[in-house]
Design a protein around this ligand. Sequence first.
Ligand SMILES: NC(=O)c1ccc[n+]([C@@H]2O[C@H](COP(=O)([O-])OP(=O)(O)OC[C@H]3O[C@@H](n4cnc5c(N)ncnc54)[C@H](OP(=O)(O)O)[C@@H]3O)[C@@H](O)[C@H]2O)c1
Length: 270
Amino acid sequence: MVDAWPQHLFMVGCGNMAGQMLSRWLACGLDPASVTVLRPSGKPVAPGVEVITHFPARFPDGTALILGMKPHQFENVAAELAKVAGTPTMFISILAGTTAAQLRAALPEGANIVRVMPNTPVGVGQGVCALYTDELTELAARSAAEALMRPLGLAEWIADEAQFNLVTALSGCGPAYLFRFIDALGIAAARLGLPEDQAARLALATVRGASTLAVEAGESPGILADRVASPGGMTREGMNVLDAGESLIALLTETLRAARDRGEEMARKA
Ligand SMILES: NC(=O)c1ccc[n+]([C@@H]2O[C@H](COP(=O)([O-])OP(=O)(O)OC[C@H]3O[C@@H](n4cnc5c(N)ncnc54)[C@H](OP(=O)(O)O)[C@@H]3O)[C@@H](O)[C@H]2O)c1
């Protein structure tokens, strides 16, 4: 699925998010012997993947490095990285709220730096990866980063880094909002009388089916919604509640605004 995997992949941190990325890459044919994971716990990651607890003396040639720990750990990690011989071909950062300029200030001069904002469905190849880089990153590194993200789902470049927190609020945090929606759909049906477990099952299957249909239909979700909501029918009556005063859009605008603003606040504090 990827024409040319990095010669060597070095992952700093491999928890919930980076772990999903790695598991998809391995499923798509990445050779586990070409991967090293650094994690303080030393917990195994996947068969054949080397796990270390401290930085090595040197990076192997052709190393692509993924920063996959928490953003507040970046300063310490950068100090450790500076002691390692051999410069990675590129640094891919999934750290939320850490700007390219902040990364550049702490990483080796002239480094190729690509920010990626993935979301957890990358583990099943249906994630979203938003990418951003600055003008100092070489074209070959941009292409290599994009090629690496492609097996994870939709990979899109964001032209304006100022929008990265908004993109994070949408697609990075989005799965959690969808999980809440699925729960809420089931809870609502349970409150109206359906057995709780059955309501939860039906809600989950409905969201799965509807999102698959939305992806495959070739028409906008707005059109699909109107098509199944004939005037005077049940669906239309329910949708009138969601549409009244654009209350759903207003709620989601506030949700994304809160998440985006928190990202900006974290970046200022970093
Ligand atoms: N979760 C999401 O949905 C999501 C979405 C987009 C981006 N992100 C970004 O992904 C990054 C990781 O988030 P997460 O949710 O995956 O966190 P996590 O599950 O807590 O994973 C953090 C990883 O960092 C490792 N680590 C801890 N201290 C370290 C150190 N000093 N040096 C090197 N590695 C260290 C941990 O090691 P152990 O495994 O040994 O504990 C763990 O593997 C964050 O920067 C976040 O902004 C997350």
